[in-house]
Write a protein that binds this ligand. Structure first.
Ligand code: S3P
Length: 430
């Protein structure tokens, strides 16, 4: 994919459904009784992997791709069937980690694997707490990575209070989901609150969830009941257009129906810190999640510090924040973000290497990066490393660069945003 410097962006768009919420709607709908009707479902490869895993476990799921509607005929907490083969999560960490929790509570054996990237990512972070719950789950490679083998259990898991060393919604969700099958309440305490879509959606479907500061607790064996779930637009996808609308000159963009859950809206806060002209309109609630239209206009940005409790609320937006920082006046420091190293790629290394190739002044640190803004970027050839967020971040960098930018492995955007390039093209003026 070749991206050219853009003179102006204008228009309105609606980004696809939230990836985290689309996954959860299929999973929790499968564990509920009756029909769950999901609208604005994300037709990205990751969420399709979740559908195929639950179909493999006997759940009837109809995906009406033309209207992004998915109907799940749930069978309750004990309705899943033993899959006939290995469950393939593709590239999806969310599918593997959340399913680890669910499968730990089943009476049948299962094996889960995925693509090359998934097989490199740490799964010991869910294996350890689930083992404390007396789940029989192990890494078949013996080094805490996929494939994972889970042995079925006839007895309940043991409810625990787990103190998670990292703020991770995937870890928290795996434990809370295993807690559905436990003998007593299960709690997870995090250093900072990570995205809370699991808690909100399970509660809506009938689970008893208690929140106390950074601790989420769940009571076992609820009767979950299927319902309608409207998936908000994905703020992580909106982030690319937020950045582009702020940085391409003379631009104004309206991004409609975006989820603005406070555990996900760090990108908006960082834009404000950087002095951006960004505002929210039409703020409203779906049954579980807040949504709004986001309006951005071109602004000269200034450098900022991004760290601490803000990090889990924008973890997937850090690559595009790093691009923004290259065009901001002064220094931007991104810290407390060591989690970036264990995403679809090592996002600290890959961002620093690629931005350096484009002429940026950027240094990797142990837990983030430091960017001196104001030098601009020059187009060149960029490796996406099969990481969708890297490809999309450099597409935005390309709009802002002198000369052409070539993204190698550009098709990985299919993971979370199949129409990304077309949507971007639709906004370019002149
Ligand atoms: C996700 C949680 C985050 C995020 C990922 C989706 C989720 O990962 O990076 O893209 O849906 O729960 P961690 O929980 O590992 O931080």
């Amino acid at each position: 994919m070749v991206i050219k410097n853009a003179k102006q962006l204008k228009g309105e768009l609606e980004v696809p459904g939230d990836k985290s919420i689309s996954h959860r709607a299929v999973m929790f709908g499968s564990l509920s009784e009756g029909i769950t009707e999901i609208t604005h479902f994300l037709q990205g490869a990751d969420c399709l992997s979740t559908i195929s895993c639950f179909s493999d476990m006997g759940i009837e799921i109809v995906n009406q791709t033309a209207s992004n509607k998915v109907i799940v005929r749930g069978k309750g907490l004990r309705g899943l069937k033993r899959p006939s083969g290995v469950l393939d999560v593709g590239n999806s960490g969310t599918t593997m980690r959340l399913m680890s929790g669910i499968l730990s509570g089943q009476s049948f054996d299962s094996v889960m694997t995925g693509d090359e990237s998934i097989q490199r990512r740490p799964m010991d972070r869910v294996i350890a707490p689930l083992s404390q719950m007396e789940a029989d789950i192990k890494s078949l490679t013996g080094d805490g990575r996929a494939p994972l083998k889970i042995r079925g259990k006839e007895t309940s898991l043991k409810g625990i209070l787990y103190e998670s060393p990292v703020a991770s919604a995937q870890i928290k969700s795996a434990i809370l989901l295993a807690g559905l099958y436990a003998d007593r309440p299960t709690s997870v305490t995090e250093p900072y609150v990570s995205r809370n879509h699991t808690e909100l959606m399970l509660k809506r479907l009938g689970a008893e969830i208690i929140i106390n500061n950074t601790t989420a607790s769940i009571l076992p064996e609820p009767k979950l009941k299927g319902d309608k779930i409207e998936v908000p637009g994905d703020i992580s996808s909106a982030a690319y257009f937020i950045a582009a609308g702020l940085l391409v000159p003379n631009s104004e963009l309206v991004i409609k129906n975006v989820g603005i859950n406070p555990t996900r809206d760090g990108i908006i806060k960082v834009c404000e810190q950087m002095g951006a002209d960004i505002s929210l309109d039409n703020i409203r609630n779906t049954d579980t999640e807040a949504i709004a239209d986001i309006i951005v206009r071109s602004t000269s940005l200034k450098g900022t510090i991004v760290g601490g409790e803000l990090i889990p609320t924008l973890i997937d937006e850090i690559p595009v924040i790093a691009v923004m920082a290259c065009f901001a006046k002064g220094t931007t420091i991104i810290k407390d973000a060591a989690e970036l190293k264990v995403k679809e790629s090592n996002r600290i290394d890959v961002m620093v290497q690629n931005l350096t190739l484009m002429g940026a002044n950027v240094t990797a640190t142990e837990d983030g990066m430091i960017i001196e803004g104001g030098n601009g970027l020059k187009g060149t050839s960029i490796e996406s490393k099969a990481d969708h967020r890297i490809a999309m971040s450099f597409a935005i960098a390309g709009l802002l660069s002198e000369g052409d930018t070539e993204i190698l492995g550009a098709e990985c955007v299919n993971i979370s945003y199949p129409n990304f390039y077309a949507d971007l093209n639709g906004l370019i003026q002149g």
